[in-house]
Design a protein around this ligand. Structure first.
Ligand code: OXT
Ligand code: ADP
Ligand code: MG
Length: 575
């Protein structure tokens, strides 16, 4: 008979580290974006040892942004893993941004022990992280017992992806990770989340109401938002647009859901369709600042429009204006129900409406063609973007990451997208710093090459991650639109002193030199031809590349297309 000691030794044990990994993998999560350190270094190591892909960043904000965009691309939570207090706080901007943008993401942070934190006894990196996270994300949980790790991760996953997706915080105190339980109890404690984002079927009367409003329209318009891109109901959305014959505009990250050159795309007549439409159907787009809240001079006289809104979040309805036909449900189910209800004899909108849109489109496209045709020296935004537009046309599978002010607004208009979820940008908050985190995750999650078009200021927020891109040898080509500053490179110090203006950077800086220090390819491009050659070579080789595209410092405008949002100083004007 074996001694008691031998019998105990033979019982297989597991611990908190392994249970976290097992719980994630059981639920199909195979990638972690992290910055290692106390107390989660071994968690990252063991995750890598288990076969997970663990991408180690230089700053948690970028790891967090990577996790967030992984969530958008996969319709499943992306995971960011950080150390306690400062690492956690660094990741929090990305978590809040994910929540604002409705991207499913889980921020897992190691933390100090409850006993010490709650008595504020000054532990290493002490902070009540759960309390801090609570107001900035959709849900937050803490696990104290190893046997609860399975449940904790299941709750985090379900909270992130069900209903309106968003960010979830999961707090794992250091002691938890080292807790040991039997492997059998551990295995039994794991939870596979069944149907994490259940279909939400719209009510039949709501579908009929929406169709009635649509049938009554003389000048209908569809607005596709990033919720529609997220929903992965691409075929049905295209079928709905085409069967209805209704012109549509894509919000920025919905570009490519249908190809931008689709004949019904009215992006080049944006102001006209917003102003003149009589019925607007929003599909996964909120009437927030990006759509002037659905009212004001951009939208015409009050009461001149009826809105139909498809959204999974009931409280989104009437958030800014009355919604005549709220259609609450998941976009896939709502669009399928509309398609069914439309029958076979749907009347296309009156030709007078579509003809007037086409006329406006043609004149705007002709105006843009003139600007694109110029070979300005130094390059302006359009001459550089013409080249990048062609790069994406030739490689529609490439993912475009875009941030900046002018660099963002001009690229959005010039670079046509051809496939869904290929354009990733600053989103609802217009936040700088998403660039390199998004670029890393975009290629890690899809295997596709990335073209990142970033302003020189925007790049600075996450630029150190070019080391990460080189270390993992990722097929990312970064084009820094270098106009020597924020918005423009000719700012003036109003004091007349010698300090540079607050919007200025070192003139003639060479961002391309930075990547060379990490073994990547750096190119300085001063003409469209040089730019095209460098991007083509980068896309063909897949080698990490940074191109410093020299842009005329005088080419941009303050805040790009949203200069109207800057408050003006009445006193400054008087001086
Ligand atoms: O219909 P009309 O006639 O009106 O014409 C429209 C379209 O029909 C037409 N169009 C086309 N014509 C022809 N062909 C085609 N294909 C076509 N497509 C469209 O063009 C016009 C315009 O169309 P558009 O663009 O669709 O319409 P519009 O009116 O612009 O749309 C309105 C919006 C609001 C939907 C749109 O503008 C939008 O999506 N905007 C997003 C803006 C945004 O988010 N900006 C980023 C924030 S700016 C600022 O905050 C910055 N900061 C501060 C900061 C931030 N953000 N974050 C953090 C963490 N810290 C600080 C900073 C620091 S930007 C910034 C850095 C900037 O410097 P950089 O060096 O990085 O960049 P540069 O500016 O390049 O120097
Ligand atoms: P955009 O910035 O492109 O206009 P928003 O982020 O404002 O888009 O809006 C996205 C909307 O999509 C959110 O209100 C969100 O609740 C909704 N949404 C996200 N996923 C789904 C889904 N699967 N089904 C229905 N609505 C969704
Ligand atoms: Mg700039």
């Amino acid at each position: 008979m074996p001694s008691e000691q031998t019998a105990e030794a033979e019982v297989e044990m597991t611990d908190g580290f392994h249970l976290v990994i097992d719980a994630l993998r059981l639920n199909g999560i195979e990638n972690i974006y992290t910055v290692p350190g106390i107390p989660i270094t071994d968690l990252g190591r063991l995750a890598q040892a288990s076969g997970m892909r663990v991408i180690s960043f230089r700053h948690e904000q970028n790891a967090g942004n990577a996790a967030a965009i992984a969530g958008f691309l996969n319709k499943a939570p992306g995971v960011c893993l950080t150390v306690s207090a400062p690492g956690f706080l660094n990741g929090l901007v990305a978590l809040a941004n994910a929540t604002t943008n409705c991207f499913p993401m889980i921020l897992i942070s190691g933390s100090s022990e409850r006993e010490v934190v709650d008595l504020q006894q000054g532990d290493y990196e002490e902070m009540d992280q759960l309390a801090v996270a609570k107001t900035l994300c959709k849900a937050s949980f803490r696990v104290l017992h190893a046997a609860d790790i399975g449940i904790g991760i299941a709750r985090a996953i379900r909270a992130a992806v069900s209903g309106r997706p968003g960010g979830v915080y999961l707090d794992l105190p250091a002691k938890l990770l080292g807790q040991v339980i039997t492997a059998e109890a551990g295995a039994q404690s794991l939870v596979k989340v069944i149907d994490p984002a259940p279909a939400q079927i719209p009510g039949p009367s709501a579908v009929e109401r929406a169709l009635d409003v649509l049938r009554g329209a003389k000048k209908p318009l569809i607005i596709l938002g990033k919720g529609a891109a997220y929903a992965q109901a691409d075929d049905d959305i295209r079928a709905l647009v085409e069967k209805s014959g209704i012109p549509y505009i894509p919000m920025s990250m919905a570009k490519g859901l249908l190809p931008d050159l689709h004949p019904q795309c009215a992006a080049a007549a944006r102001s006209t369709v917003l102003l003149e439409s009589d019925v607007v159907m929003l599909i996964g787009a909120r009437l927030n600042w990006l759509l002037s809240h659905g009212k004001g001079k951009q939208w015409g006289a009050p009461g001149s429009k009826k809105f139909i809104q498809i959204d999974i979040e009931p409280r989104e309805m009437d958030s800014n204006v009355e919604i005549a036909a709220p259609l609450v449900g998941d976009i896939g189910s709502c669009v399928a129900a509309l398609l069914k209800g439309m029958g076979d004899n749907w009347q296309a909108p009156p030709a007078a409406w579509t003809d007037s849109i086409n006329a406006k489109k043609e004149s705007n496209i002709a105006r843009m063609a003139t600007r694109l045709g110029k070979n300005s020296n130094p390059m302006d935004y359009h001459s550089a973007l013409r080249v990048l537009r062609d790069v994406i046309k030739e490689r529609p599978e490439a993912i475009l990451v875009n941030e900046g002010a002018n660099t963002l607004d001009q690229a959005r208009g010039v670079v046509d997208m051809y496939r869904p979820r290929k354009r990733l940008d600053v989103g609802t908050w217009g936040v700088m710093g998403i660039g390199m985190g998004f670029a890393v995750a975009a290629t890690v999650e899809t295997g596709n090459p990335v073209l990142a078009i970033v302003g020189d200021s925007a790049f600075g927020f996450s630029g150190m991650e070019i080391e990460t891109i080189c270390r993992y040898n990722l097929p990312v080509c970064i084009v820094v639109f270098n106009n020597d500053g924020i918005y423009r490179g000719d700012g003036v110090n109003l004091s007349g002193g010698t300090d540079p203006a607050i919007t200025m950077f070192v003139p003639g800086a060479r961002y391309d030199k930075m990547i060379e220090g990490f073994g990547g390819v750096g190119v300085n491009a001063t003409t469209p031809d040089e730019l095209k050659q460098a991007v083509d070579a980068a896309m063909a080789s897949g080698r990490p590349t940074l191109i410093n595209a020299v842009i005329d410092p005088k080419a941009g405008t303050e805040s790009g297309n949203i200069g109207n949002l800057n408050p003006k100083s009445a006193l400054a004007a008087k001086k």
